[in-house]
Ligand binder design. Structure first.
Ligand SMILES: Cc1cc2nc3c(=O)[nH]c(=O)nc-3n(C[C@H](O)[C@H](O)[C@H](O)COP(=O)(O)O)c2cc1C
Length: 217
């Protein structure tokens, strides 16, 4: 076995062992903070989010998986009034105050030309020619994988102690004109980031029970 393969096996086994060794209370707290008790936020505490934290956030969520390791998401972090002004005209009226109040608004976009980076991101096989020859296949692929990357971003932000408020109440075409004109990038959804105001969080809504959402075959 070569050295690189041996290191991969060791790292996979190591993370399993370190997670299994956590005290049950520590494990439950981590799961609660990521999903079970984590909430979507609409109002924000007056506490800034530094650019360095946004870099740390990227360095964490980039590890979430995408098809052929394609990494199609492109993110614009608006954290100034000028940056927000490039987003606000595209928003539904009900989302304007939420974006204004948030320390950071992230636009999760996707690059329709993501395949140009595949030779470096997925050198194991040439998948880029497929999208070059079939441009119509690029959009659903990039949308699917940038949605996943947005979800990895949500989990990573929560793991770092940040709160999120995802939003799709905006005009994608208008936002693309305002932010991505002349580029191959399109908007997927928006995400406010910061420290949510617990006083503004409503009661938790239900989720579908297993039997309504899942099928065992
Ligand atoms: C893709 C997406 C789009 C959403 N769009 C909006 C939106 O436009 N405005 C809004 O106030 N909330 C929006 N939400 C928030 C959802 O209503 C919220 O996540 C859901 O009710 C679950 O709330 P909880 O996480 O607090 O349990 C959106 C959430 C997601 C994931």
């Amino acid at each position: 076995m070569d050295e690189a393969k041996r290191q991969v096996i060791e790292r996979v086994q190591s993370v399993r062992a370190r997670y299994a060794a956590l005290e049950p209370a520590a494990r439950a707290a981590a799961i609660d903070a990521l999903l079970r008790e984590a909430r979507s936020h609409k109002m924000w505490l007056d506490r800034p989010v530094e650019d360095a934290l946004l870099r740390d956030l990227y360095e964490l969520f980039k590890w979430g998986p995408t098809s052929s390791n394609s990494n199609p998401a492109r993110i614009v972090f608006a954290r100034t009034a000028e940056g927000k002004a490039r987003i606000i005209p595209a928003l539904d009226a009900g989302n304007v105050a939420k974006v204004r109040a948030a320390p950071v608004t992230a636009v999760i976009g996707y690059d329709l030309r993501f395949h140009e980076r595949l030779p470096e991101l997925f050198p194991l096989a040439d998948h880029s020619s497929h999208f070059r020859d079939h441009p119509e296949a690029a959009e659903p692929y990039a949308l699917r994988n940038s949605s996943l990357q947005g979800a990895w971003l949500i989990i990573a932000a929560r793991a770092m102690g940040l709160d999120v408020g995802p939003m799709s109440g905006f005009d994608n075409g208008r936002l693309d004109e305002l932010l991505f004109a002349g580029t191959s990038i399109r908007s997927n959804f928006i995400l406010n980031l910061g420290y949510g105001d617990p006083a503004a969080v409503p009661a938790r809504l239900p989720r579908l029970p297993f039997q309504d959402a899942c099928t065992l075959i």
